[in-house]
Design a protein around this ligand. Structure first.
Ligand code: ZN
Length: 84
């Protein structure tokens, strides 16, 4: 069967790209939990991660960076809500 491999690889690649896009979008929403802080790259306290998972809350920053984030204006979040 000629051309089989090339064609399949391409559609598979498209599927992978699509899933990555969905994953990235999900990270922007509530319930996102990561092990390393998005801002400083430090390992987030495992207790904080466990608590976030249990309560289905967003946890993408360590405690220090989250406190900084909470002090910032919320215009970005409002814009995201508006787009969605
Ligand atoms: Zn941090």
């Amino acid at each position: 069967v000629s051309g089989y491999g090339g064609c399949d690889d391409e559609s598979l690649h498209a599927i992978i790209l699509g899933e990555n896009g969905v994953h990235a979008a999900r990270l922007q929403l509530e319930g996102a939990v990561v092990e390393y802080c998005l801002d400083c790259g430090e390992l987030i306290n495992p207790k904080r991660i466990a608590y976030a998972r249990k309560t289905n809350m967003k946890c993408v920053r360590c405690v220090d960076c989250q406190q900084d984030e909470d002090r910032r204006p919320k215009s970005q979040i409002k814009m995201l809500t508006w787009i969605l």
